[in-house]
Write a protein that binds this ligand. Structure first.
Ligand code: ATR
Length: 301
């Protein structure tokens, strides 16, 4: 596996991940590989920011003239109050995962959404005009819903354990995408009958799994256990990448569909952050090189 080769000197740009904890993040590896591949002298470190010290971290990052930061759990919302401006899509999603300095403060972006869209394209999944069902309405689901609407999904059904959370999510997006329909259902109601309605029968469903159910070590679990759901699904996308094949993916495949995990979403959100910081475009082919290396890294973790 290719390792990061750092030749740090006084012109090395600093980037990093702000979160708590950050110990298991793959971003330092991913960003190190991107820097080597693109020939950019940038070092990317993990910063474990203790609760209550986020503002100091932001000010420190500015003082050190960092080229930018990623932001992860639990600071994706909190960080917004310390920024001079926020990209409109990040504002709509309600979360910032990328900071770039501008005129003495940081601008906030969300690269999870474009990362998700690029992963769909990479895998040849076109949601334009299609029926899409999402499971979950948390942080990941916000970026996914925005991406699906941006890519032209005709109908998005949001299923969630807590339907009020799904409805609040849908309501934030409805007026911005008036030609597209967003409907919400509780996971405990009969959403299968709804999905089988004749108006949806001409196109199979694309399903995006956005909950944390099934994440390692809960490998054999899935938020939906009814086979009827999987029979209606021809393409399944799981935002989880560990395990590499989730129970959700296994069930989609067992019913004859194709299924993808969230590793490419992670890779492409990293590409987009790197592009924003360094004003470059990263070629998609580099993802093809990175995927097996990151899979190996995950299997050794
Ligand atoms: P993330 O930021 O990773 O998306 P999150 O914001 O905590 O995480 O959201 C977790 C999602 O997984 C939510 O949609 C949550 O449903 P609720 O809104 O009802 O809490 C969903 N989830 C978590 N555990 C679940 C379970 N056991 N069954 C079904 N859904 C679950």
């Amino acid at each position: 596996m290719t390792r990061n080769l750092l030749n740090i000197d006084t012109s090395t740009k600093l980037a990093g991940l702000i979160g708590h904890p950050v110990g298991h993040s793959l971003s330092p590896y991913l960003q190190g590989r991107l820097a080597s591949h693109m020939g950019i002298n940038m070092a990317y470190l993990g910063f474990d920011v203790e609760p209550g010290t986020l503002k100091s971290m932001i000010n420190g990052g500015l003082a050190m003239k960092a080229v930018g930061f990623n932001v992860t759990v639990p600071y994706k919302k909190d960080v917004m109050q310390y920024l001079s401006s926020i990209d409109p899509k990040a504002e709509k999603i309600g979360a910032v995962n990328t900071l770039k300095p501008k005129c003495g403060s940081f601008v906030g972006y969300n690269t999870d959404m474009p990362g998700f869209c690029r992963a769909l394209k990479y895998d040849g999944v076109d949601v334009k005009g299609k029926n899409v069902v999402m499971i979950g309405a948390g942080g990941a689901a916000n970026a996914v819903l925005c991406g699906l609407l941006e890519e032209g999904a005709a109908f998005v059904l949001v299923l969630n354990r807590t339907v009020s959370t799904a409805e609040a999510l849908a309501e934030r997006f409805r007026s911005d995408y008036p030609g597209q329909t967003i409907e919400t259902w509780s996971l405990s109601d009969d959403y299968i009958s709804f999905m089988k309605k004749p108006e949806f029968s001409d196109k199979p469903w694309i399903a995006i799994q956005c909950t944390s159910v099934g994440m390692h070590p809960d490998d054999t679990n899935t938020a939906i256990k009814d086979d009827e759901f999987y029979k209606l699904t021809d393409t399944g996308y799981d935002v989880i990448f560990n395990p590499s094949e989730t129970e959700f993916m296994r069930r989609v495949k067992a019913c004859g569909g194709r299924a993808f995990n969230g590793l490419k979403m992670l890779i492409f959100q990293g590409f987009r952050s790197f592009e924003i910081w360094n004003d470059v475009i990263v070629d998609d082919e580099f993802a093809t090189e990175l995927i097996p290396d990151m899979e190996e890294l995950l299997s050794n973790n």
